[in-house]
Design a protein around this ligand. Structure first.
Ligand code: ZN
Length: 326
């Protein structure tokens, strides 16, 4: 077992290594799987393996050669990571949200160079689905002209966003969500309590990487807060407009809407009344639409207030019998 790997990372890594050892690992690999499943760690270790100058008998990186020593420094001469870069032409300079054609052209030019340490050369594009069309087109040329000992690995949580021409030229390595028992045991092994692990795993629909992320970055507390807000609006103790302003006030608004939609879906699954189930299904769609709208220039608090008022409207009259509050 590779240090720090989960069982599903190990399984993917071993599949790649078998292909590599049998000479079946093409130069282009598309590594896919959910966002937080741990794709990049697998790819990084695979890179360390093919770049190692004096690998162990089983092919694992030695950890001592020049390549292995340079690897963690981020300045390995034969490893290139292609990801979002600063757009220096923008005023003020800002981080790009796409991988652009210049970066894709650089990949081809760089792979044509001689490896500096005399071993292999590895390019990792992460996230590969962030390449815009000109970049993807430019990369096609490189994919069509493989060179020995040169590896081009594309990492993507949304491989369907890549052009079919790119996908068809890559071998696929998939990291899949494990069964519940394996996922739960892994979270327990990471030191999480059973209650926390079970709640997070349910929220993440079985994806242990996502569950772990939400346990570590406060996502689960955001979810509990969203649940409490929705309950308060439903029973008339919470004000839709006030909650909307609070939701829109920080960087977590997209996550809050995702949790709100998920909570509506979970609630619908527990219900037997078909009319209420349909209403929640509509609300689920509406919450996702508002989430999409956040990318536009729309006033987030207004869109969310409308959504939350809708949530309130479908509820039975509050027990206090007072007028409905917005
Ligand atoms: Zn080494």
């Amino acid at each position: 077992m590779t240090a720090g790997f989960s069982p599903w990372q190990q399984a993917a890594y071993e599949r790649a290594v078998t292909s590599l050892d049998e000479g079946r690992l093409g130069h282009a690999l598309l590594v896919c799987g959910p966002t937080s499943i741990g794709k990049r760690a697998v790819v990084d270790h695979l890179a360390k393996r093919v770049l190692c100058l004096t690998p162990a008998a089983d092919g694992e990186p030695c950890g001592r050669c020049r390549s292995c020593t340079l690897f963690p420094t981020g300045v390995h001469p034969d490893l290139r990571i292609v990801t979002f870069e600063m757009n220096e032409k923008a005023r003020p300079p800002k981080m790009r949200t796409e991988i652009v054609i210049e970066q894709a052209r650089d990949i081809g030019a760089w792979l044509a160079l001689t490896p500096q340490l005399g071993g292999a050369q590895v390019v990792i594009v992460d996230p590969a689905d962030a390449m815009n069309s000109p970049a993807a087109n430019a990369l096609l040329k490189t994919l069509e002209e493989p060179l020995p000992n040169r590896y081009l690995w594309l990492v993507s949580a949304q491989p369907n966003r890549l052009p079919a021409t790119i996908r068809s030229r890559c071998q696929r390595l998939e990291l899949t969500v494990p069964g519940r028992a394996v996922a739960l045991q892994w979270l327990l092994d990471q030191g999480k309590s059973r209650a926390d692990a079970e709640a997070a795993l349910a929220a993440a629909q079985g994806d242990p990487g996502q569950a772990m992320l939400w346990l570590e970055n406060g996502g689960m507390s955001v979810r509990r807060q969203v649940d409490a807000d929705l309950r308060a609006i439903a029973d008339g103790t919470g004000h839709a407009v006030e909650v909307a302003q609070r939701w829109a006030a920080d960087g977590e608004v997209g996550l809050r809407l995702r949790f709100a939609a998920d909570l509506a879906r979970e609630r619908a699954a527990r219900l037997t009344d078909p009319a209420e189930t349909r209403r929640l299904a509509r609300w689920f769609d509406q919450a996702n639409r508002v989430r999409d709208l956040l990318r536009t220039t729309i006033r987030a608090d207004l869109a969310i207030a409308g959504l939350l008022l809708e949530w309130r409207t479908g509820q039975p009259e509050p027990r206090t019998g007072g007028a409905r509050r917005a």
